[in-house]
Every structure is written in structure tokens, then in C-alpha cells.
Design a protein around this ligand. Structure first.
Ligand SMILES: Cc1cc2nc3c(=O)[nH]c(=O)nc-3n(C[C@H](O)[C@H](O)[C@H](O)COP(=O)(O)O)c2cc1C
Length: 173
């Protein structure tokens, strides 16, 4: 991986999170990796932004509220087992680094680590949060995804540093 500019990235926005999943790392004192597959990339307020959606029931939610920074890390397929674990166990009672064998690398622009094994890593600081409001769901099917009414909070993160392996870079980059 090497550090690049966000506009050098070449990735498929509708598959990278949905199919590959990613590890959202939050927390300074006790960083915790959580698997995510909902989110997106784009431009907001003239800045490169990565958005993640976190339910208030997650340990990660309290970490993000305490320290508004995160890293978003895409790992290769060989780490699927680790992603499964980080998406089914909670950092409240599990040291997911120890359980998965994944390694932390200090962030360069944020106080939250990224994942050394990642093939794409974004360091982000939260610019704003937005709470999904069920009163504004226009498709009734969406409400069915919330039997516990734990509606996601969107964390809009300005991308401060980008690290990518070749497969996430355009050939000309
Ligand atoms: C493939 C996959 C994708 C997930 N995506 C999200 C997501 O985008 N947002 C979310 O709040 N939870 C998501 N989860 C659930 C959390 O990863 C899971 O509840 C995790 O155990 C929470 O960890 P934490 O309590 O340490 O924060 C996903 C789980 C899996 C397996």
C-alpha cells in the first residue's frame, strides 16, 4: 500500500462495501474494529467524504461519539473470517485484534489506527452526523430492517489520508 490522493482511487462504489465489506475502526484509547457493508464515498462541502452508518446499539457508536474519527479499511478475501468475527462480536467484551490476529498501524492524520492488513485504508474525521428519521422513509420496506427501532446514525467523515494497494488505483495513477 502507498499513500495516494483520494482522486487517484479506482473502486466500484456499489460493490466494494457491499461485497468485500470493510472494517470501521473507532476509538482512541481502546480502538475497536467493526465490520460494515453500508456506506458510501463522494463529495460534500467540497471535500472528499466517506460516510458510514452505525446503529446506536453498537459499541462502535459510543466510540465514535466520544472521539469523532475513524478509519475505514478494506481487506482482501483471505481475511473473510476476521471480518465475520468483527461483524458478530462486540468490542464491549472482546478484544477483536487479539481474536483475529489483525494488526494496528498508527494513523498519520487521526488518533485512530488503521489496519495493517488492509488493501485500502481511509483516515477520516467526522464532520457531521445525521440521524436516519423513520418518518422520512418513503419506501415501507425500509422500516422492516429496524425491528428494534435502532435507526442508523450516519457519520460523515472527511477523508484526510488515503492508502491503497495497486488494485484500488487507476492504471495511470
Ligand atoms: C457483513 C456485515 C456488515 C455489517 N454492516 C454494518 C453496518 O454498516 N452498520 C452497523 O451498524 N452494523 C453493521 N454490521 C453489524 C456489526 O458489525 C456488529 O453488530 C458488530 O458486532 C458490532 O461491533 P461492536 O459492538 O464492537 O461495535 C454488519 C455486520 C456484518 C457481518
Amino acid at each position: 500500500m502507498r499513500r495516494v490522493q483520494p482522486d487517484e482511487l479506482s473502486l466500484k462504489p456499489f460493490t466494494v462495501l457491499d461485497r468485500e465489506w470493510a472494517l470501521l475502526v473507532a476509538g482512541r484509547e481502546r480502538p475497536n474494529p467493526m465490520t460494515v457493508s453500508w456506506g458510501g464515498f463522494g463529495t460534500l462541502w467540497n471535500r472528499p467524504v466517506a460516510t458510514v452508518y452505525v446503529r446506536p446499539t453498537r459499541f462502535t457508536f459510543s466510540l465514535l461519539e466520544t472521539w469523532p474519527e475513524f478509519t475505514l479499511n478494506v481487506l482482501g478475501a483471505r481475511h473473510r473470517k476476521a471480518l465475520d468475527l468483527c461483524g458478530t462480536r462486540s468490542g464491549r467484551d472482546t478484544d477483536k485484534w487479539r481474536e483475529t490476529g489483525l494488526t494496528q498501524l498508527a494513523g498519520e492524520t487521526v488518533g485512530v489506527p488503521r489496519v495493517a492488513e488492509a488493501e485500502l485504508a481511509l483516515e477520516c474525521r467526522v464532520l457531521a452526523t445525521l440521524d436516519l428519521d423513520p418518518a422520512r422513509f418513503l419506501d415501507p420496506a425500509i422500516e422492516k430492517l429496524y425491528p428494534r427501532a435502532d435507526y442508523h446514525r450516519a457519520f460523515l467523515g472527511e477523508v484526510l489520508a488515503t492508502w491503497a494497494a495497486d488494485r484500488f488505483l487507476a492504471p495511470s495513477a
